[in-house]
Ligand binder design. Sequence first.
Ligand code: ZN
Length: 185
Amino acid sequence: MSDYPAPLARLVDELRRLPGVGPKSAQRIAFHLLKAPKEDAARLAEAVGELQQALRLCSACNAVTDRDVCATCADGGRSDRVVCVVEEPHNLLAVERTRDFKGRYHVLHGALSPLQGIGPDELKVQGLLDRVRGGGVEEAAYLARLLKPLGVKVTRIAMGVPVGSDLEWADEVTMAKALEGRREY
Ligand code: ZN
């Protein structure tokens, strides 16, 4: 991008680092922002800046939230007895969209991958174990090996959501069926 004035080249370079944005899209977006009203560009910059400043992880379930305890954890209408364990914060949103799950969540922020040296210690598992040990949880999906000894029923979601696929891309119906058809380990 050496032909571009430095500020433009810098923005194009930054945009290209985003997932799904190729060189052409990056240029299109950059030129769009150049032509856009100043307030629009400022709003975007402000939203990006605020993202990491205002958000943090829920102290109970590790979901992304702007409060100490996230909305699902604070929701008194949910059952404490069932915990849905997900790898990433966006997986939680995918399950929530089904409107079928009325339990709690736990977000690991990663996937167990023994071959890559990612074991329970690398993930946010301890908080989950503490919650289960604290009593009250009757069913938790995932992490069978860790959770089973604690005497809790462990289930995994049914097929329909391929193993290793991104829950984010499962539509609500598929996701709801997968939840409904979950089986015990
Ligand atoms: Zn939470």
